[in-house]
Design a binder for this molecule. Structure first.
Ligand code: AOF
Ligand code: ZN
Length: 428
């Protein structure tokens, strides 16, 4: 009992560190010292609190997180192999194109000199049964002689879609489905959205003062929030595939739109620029050969397009909706390019258009304990605005957290039909 309490204490400290430390979720846990031993130690005693299946699945979910940012457009997946109450292997999907979590766990098991025959495999997503960039995981599970597979979420990829589970059952493997299903589905909400809609999952993020300003009256926006919140945003740039801003933001701030954290990747940059007027000298254009940069524009001016392309930019031409880049069409174009997620970093006009066209899935709103004033100072969502408070976009499944000196509110946008304006082609 004492040991259990001690373990829970450490677990809570660890969670606190993850949520509140400046680096928090930012340090890839694979780089933590003794990470594997630490996880296995944490599990001691947890079975008394949760069911055994749930606690191993929880561990598989934590492993899956280590792949976040590297696996797109694939899901994050973790796997744990257990025999007679002992963990004999663990792994996660590390990068798109590389081995899946199940094969990693089996390799780890063999590296430890253990045999996977007769073991139970815990995996956060149904094992695949198709030949993609890698061979089917079902083959690996059957060859290894695994006797039971515990699955978190079903894979809705039409190439799998329950067939992985059916194949295992038909071959005599005992399969338990839906352990921590909701949590596992939530963990891969980007993947599920992308597979279902073929468009990117969009997270709108902005930082404002207590009086709702995203910059001072003269336009200076450095910095609204403190360092801890800014570090978190950099983590998001690593975790989501792309970051999107309007041409106005590039013209005013000349931003880098990169990720300044160690062992992290840079996001693809997407700039919505209706008339393709972004200065050629701007940082994003000049560094397009080092960091993939996509301009979304309505212009048909071939020379202008060629000028950007010669510097390494990609130009995606879409139709015009209300005089601006058609965001619904753009999302379909980006989905076709396998971009599964976007961090929308505004400004106000783009945020409004994105909300109004129904492409925003969730919002991360940072609030700094400052008041700036200024009737002309910019606000995070501009455009023509709603005519009545009852028509406002509403956030559901909200969370509230203190990040350094700031507050962060998150939530999913609960669209009602009246809030989204689209034509018969699905465009705003
Ligand atoms: C699993 N375990 O770890 C992952 C799975 O092109 P491939 O071969 O990498 O296959 C990608 C698809 O496989 C992906 O769309 C999803 O359906 C599944 N991902 N499945 O059993 C894993 N990453
Ligand atoms: Zn697989």
């Amino acid at each position: 009992m004492k040991l259990m309490l001690w373990n829970l204490c450490i677990l809570e400290l660890f969670v606190f560190w993850c949520v509140f430390s400046e680096k928090g979720l930012l340090l890839p846990a694979s780089k933590l010292p003794g990470q594997k031993m630490f996880r296995e130690f944490l599990l001691l005693g947890m079975e008394e609190k949760m069911g055994q299946d749930e606690s191993y699945m929880q561990m598989a979910m934590e492993l899956a997180e280590l792949g976040r940012g590297w696996t797109a457009p694939n899901p994050v997946v973790g796997a744990v192999l257990v025999r007679e109450g002992r963990i004999i292997g663990q792994g996660y999907h590390e990068r798109c194109g590389e081995a899946h979590a199940e094969r990693r766990a089996l390799a780890d098991c063999r590296n430890r000199g253990e045999s996977p025959a007769g073991a139970t495999l815990y995996v956060t997503l149904e094992p695949c049964c198709h030949h993609g960039k890698t061979p089917p995981c079902t083959d690996a599970v059957l060859e290894a002689g695994i006797s039971r597979v515990v699955v978190g979420a079903k894979d809705i990829n039409p190439l799998v879609g329950g067939k992985g589970i059916a194949i295992l059952r038909a071959r005599g493997v005992k399969v338990t489905e839906g352990v921590l299903r909701e949590e596992c589905e939530k963990q891969n909400r980007i993947f599920f959205h992308y597979i279902r809609e073929h468009t990117p999952y969009v997270r709108m993020k902005y930082a404002m003062t207590l009086d709702g300003k995203i910059a001072a009256a003269g336009g200076n926006a450095r910095w609204i929030t403190g360092e801890a919140a800014r570090t978190q945003v950099h983590r998001m740039r690593h975790e989501l595939s792309a970051v999107m801003v309007g041409a106005g933001t590039v013209a005013v701030d000349n931003p880098k739109l990169n990720c300044r954290l160690p062992q992290a990747r840079n996001p693809i940059r997407i700039i919505c620029d209706t008339t393709l007027r972004t200065p050629i000298e701007s940082y994003v254009v000049q560094t397009a050969k080092e960091q993939r940069t996509i301009f979304a524009s309505c212009t048909k001016n071939k020379e202008r397009i060629a000028a950007y392309e010669s510097l390494g930019c990609e130009v995606v031409t879409v139709s015009e909706c209300r005089g601006r880049v058609c965001l619904n069409e753009l999302m379909r174009e980006l989905g076709a390019r396998e971009i599964d997620s976007i961090l929308l970093e505004g400004g106000g006009e783009l945020n409004w258009a994105a909300l109004r066209s129904g492409i925003v899935n969730e919002a991360y709103i940072y609030i700094a304990p400052k008041l700036l004033g200024g009737a002309a100072a910019k606000t995070p969502v501009a455009g023509s605005g709603m005519d009545s408070p009852e028509h406002g976009f509403f956030l559901k499944n909200r969370t509230l957290a203190v990040i350094g000196e700031d507050i962060c509110i998150t939530g999913e946008i609960n669209y009602k039909k009246s809030e989204v304006e689209r034509d018969v082609y699905g465009n705003y």
